[in-house]
Design a protein. Structure first.
Length: 169
């Protein structure tokens, strides 16, 4: 019981100040020891570990910088490759559209020639040609092009088709 009574009489503020002063003193002694060992060229395990960590941080920083530069270079190269691919794709698309337009023109003009020469044509052939002409006009409109080559052929086809319908096709 006496021990408990003695514990209640302890001056806690003095105890905390004493502990703080002891810890501050230990820190000062460690700092002085570190300074002396550094000046004399000695290296403790703790100092060696700290130096190795700093070296590793420096190496990591250099590697991150190199990776960042490589990423920027790769991004620029990727953008250039995308532009080349887009240009080639645009070229191929234009070639395909030109071929489609030429094929449709040829088919319409060929059918008009056949009709104007009086060769026999059935109703389905006329309908097919009219559908091709609608696709042709739509393709021209979508690509900002103008029609100027099949208008006369379509007049011949329309006139012949109307005449055939009147005659009871």
């Amino acid at each position: 019981m006496d021990t408990i009574i003695q514990l209640t009489k302890i001056d806690f503020p003095s105890l905390f100040v004493s502990v703080f002063l002891i810890l501050t003193g230990i820190k000062a002694i460690v700092s002085i020891f570190e300074w002396v060992t550094t000046k004399m060229g000695f290296e403790t395990k703790w100092m060696k570990k700290r130096r190795e960590e700093q070296d590793q941080i420096s190496v990591n920083t250099i590697m991150i910088r190199k990776l960042s530069e490589k990423q920027q270079k790769d991004t620029l190269q990727s953008i250039q490759q995308d532009k080349i691919i887009n240009d080639k794709l645009r070229c191929l698309t234009d070639m395909f559209i030109d071929k489609e337009i030429d094929d449709m023109r040829w088919e319409i003009n060929n059918f008009a020639t056949k009709v104007s020469e009086g060769k026999p044509c059935n109703k389905d052939s006329y309908k097919h040609c009219l559908q091709i002409y609608e696709k042709y006009e739509k393709l021209l409109e979508e690509n900002g092009l103008e029609n100027g080559e099949v208008e006369i052929s379509m007049e011949i086809i329309h006139d012949s088709y109307k005449q055939k319908l009147k005659e009871g096709f």
